[in-house]
Design a protein around this ligand. Structure first.
Ligand code: FE2
Length: 376
């Protein structure tokens, strides 16, 4: 499967928004203490800091969870009439903020607003005894925001307002998840190119790869996707929109239950997917299953790989090859009650693509679940 990255010449020349990487992902949920426990005990995140009533924050509780380079902040409202409560009521638990590390938050805000960004949170300097952080946020699709985090003058555990929690975390069972590989957004029919332009024009990203409904279609549904990349391609945000199909597509199901656009999945990278997925399964994470026919065709489709095929098949891991190498990936079922947010676990062996050869098997697996939910 040959997939050449599509580059626009312009993006390489002008870096008006130097981004160091994904700083953290903040989730807004109904009950942060219990949601955090799920990510600790099932995904192996370690609780490292907290803010809430005990630390002087009156309107919300947040748990900082870390594993290698991954940082999640799980936040719940403490009252029923806040913006957070309203978003949780509308969308259910989900991703509110894909925060990006920058060297200069004021410049990031100024340059993106000049290019059409909508301010979600004005530039703010917050300080404590560990130093100073500057934050500013712009609106992205749905109710998702990008916060620019300038932390070069800060030595504390995370952000001012957070207090480090004890070193031991008895709830955490590490799984080897190491970094955020990509974060995917679902937007409404006809909106993909508007958001592609947003990431190009406002944030200086470029189209890294794209897929149309011929690449991603099954008997029932289709979708289109463009992968936007920025920060020297360290940051990848694919954007999906539904395409016309016979039945309701998985993207439409998402949009219905999320009440609009939002983050569809977060892909987390590992250096040993067999070990990681074994642990995740052992800790109760549920994954989509590929049919036997997928594994029967696999050796011929991808050639020889380093991982034992019987383990790959046992664990339900998918494999795809392109001209640079191969990748291994697997998708969880939705992690909440609504069929909205899910996770991908990915290991890259040279490949920089997104598993196009697996789309059909994957979407058929999603549709089997959709049918069980009465939504196909
Ligand atoms: Fe993905």
């Amino acid at each position: 499967m040959v997939q050449q990255p599509v580059e626009t010449a312009l993006a390489a020349e002008t870096d008006f928004l130097p981004l160091e990487g994904v700083d953290h992902l903040e989730f807004h949920v109904g009950n942060a203490k219990q949601a955090a426990y799920f990510y600790q005990s099932a995904f192996g995140m370690k609780r490292t800091a907290y803010r809430g009533l005990e630390t002087g924050t009156r309107d919300r509780a947040s748990y900082l969870l870390e594993q290698n380079r991954i940082r999640f902040v799980i936040t719940a409202p403490l009252g029923g009439d806040s913006d957070i409560a309203e978003r949780v009521r509308r969308h259910g638990d989900g991703v509110r903020d894909i925060a990006l590390t920058v060297a200069d938050a004021a410049a990031a805000l100024r340059e993106t607003v000049r290019r059409g960004a909508k301010v979600a949170r004005d530039l703010e300097t917050i300080e404590d005894e560990h130093g100073r952080v500057r934050l500013a946020s712009i609106a992205a699709y749905g109710d998702v925001v990008h916060t620019f985090v300038e932390r070069k003058d800060y030595r504390g555990p995370f952000l001012p307002g957070f207090t480090a929690t004890p070193d031991e975390d008895p709830a955490s069972r590490p799984t080897g998840l190491a970094y955020v590989d990509h974060v995917v957004g679902n937007v409404s029919l006809g909106e993909m190119d508007n958001w592609v332009r947003f990431y190009q024009d406002v944030m200086g990203f470029h189209v890294y790869q794209h897929f149309d409904d011929k690449d991603i279609s099954t008997e029932y549904s289709a979708l289109m996707s463009k992968v936007m990349a920025g920060g020297h391609d360290r940051i990848k945000f694919p954007i999906n929109e539904p395409a016309e199909g016979q039945r309701k597509s998985q993207i439409e199901e998402y949009l219905e239950y999320n009440r609009g656009p939002g983050v569809q999945h977060i892909a987390l990278g590992t250096g040993d997917i067999i070990e990681t997925v074994s642990r995740l399964r052992g800790q109760g994470v549920e994954f989509l299953a590929a049919p036997d026919s997928y594994y029967e065709a696999l050796p011929e489709r991808v050639g020889s790989i380093r991982e034992p095929l019987d383990r790959i098949r046992e664990l339900g891991i998918l494999v795809d090859r392109d001209d640079e190498g191969y990748l291994l990936q697997i998708f969880t079922k939705p992690v909440g009650d609504r069929p909205t947010l899910f996770f991908e676990i990915i290991q890259r062996r040279g490949s920089r693509s997104f598993g196009k050869g697996n789309f059909k098997a994957l979407f058929e697996a999603i549709e089997r679940e959709q049918r069980r939910r009465g939504n196909l």
